[in-house]
Design a protein around this ligand. Sequence first.
Ligand code: PLP
Length: 451
Amino acid sequence: MDAQPNSLEARDIHYHLHPYTDARKHQETGPVIIEKGDGIYVEDNAGNRYIEAMAGLWSVAVGFSEQRLVDAAARQFAKLPYYHSFSSKSHSPLVDLAEKLVKMAPVPMSKAFFTNSGSEANDSAMKMIWYRSNALGQPQRKKIISRQRGYHGVTIASASLTGLPNNQTSFDLPIANVLHTSSPHYWREALPGEGEEQFSTRLADDLEQLILAEGPETIAAFFGEPVMGAGGVIVPPAGYWEKIQAVLAKYDILLVADEVICGFGRTGNMFGSQTFNMRPDIMVMSKQISSSYQPISALMINERVFEPLADESNRIGTFGHGFTCGGHPVAAAVALENLNIIEERDLVGNARRVGGHMQERLGELASHDLVGEVRGVGMIAAIELVGDKATKAPWGKAGALGALVNDLLRQNGVISRNMGDALAFCPPLIITEAQVDTLVDVVKRALDAAA
Ligand code: PLP
């Protein structure tokens, strides 16, 4: 890019290594610098205003200008800007948040544990599961199953759970003890003529075969997002979670629901586990917990996990795990206020009602020549772009059309995200029907321009 010397753009290129970016290409194209936020909109430093149709990174439930969160942070900064929770220390925002989360849980949960990111929370869940196996005198029970196309983060453990090539290739991952089973991408992976229930049965069989091949006594847990996000917004087909959970129950394998995207309203219920009748032993949460105004994540564990963990820590003398800023008081205060807003303004109901409208309006695009499928639930959706609707073949190189339409959207005032040829929409939960209509009109125009 033709960046002015010493401009923000030039300095960004010079000094900043971007996450999830082609580092070489960035030197040519440069950054998009976002300066401010207002409701569902953000504005860049050239004054261009965008509908933030990804809520940042699937995360800003209450929009980009919620004064109550600013005030909650300021109050807590003034009162106690930092404290930790090692060695039985605590502080009131953390106690309040732990209580609130455990009471909100859709299945009985025992304790909340606090971390700073979704990756850390999944990493912590994995460590707790291993700790528990040792506590139960089952040191062989260490293998974890996750899914192809699943996304659980980027630390060494959570990137191993993730089932996407970019997170593993050239990083020498996954680590040992992590196995991947098939992804529930019905549109892409069902056999000709296979119904959703049949497809789900086949995937549950795949899982059972994997468990039997590895030895059921070696499998500790299964990690899954209720709806896969970064894998391309993959909504589970009919019967999927029921059948998967039946297999897990048969072999006494723990279920971890990664609610990092689905939690706090995204699928039209408070948790994705409710939408899909999941009964997890561990729930992992982040993003919309604080609308990402502050970094905070959490996991909730049930008694099956807590009791052996408590015994083992008592035997050893401590539960040797935790982060300096885990459950930071300012982040916890912001999360509490954010959850209050989600409840008071019924943003979960909004995700259902306005989300229903969004699904309907995006669904109209299914007949477009470049659209293979429109899928979604609540306030999360994807349009799968294709070159040939009948064969599902991509338009040129896989992902090229997704990138093109994504660029066209940005030029026309919408920030979306393409995961290959799946174009995702996950706007703030405060979006209105009229704003959804504007968004869908821009999407339609971008598709027409690409055709
Ligand atoms: N789990 C899921 C389902 C996610 O979507 C993400 C991030 O997108 C993560 C975990 C990782 O979260 P973080 O980026 O905060 O580490």
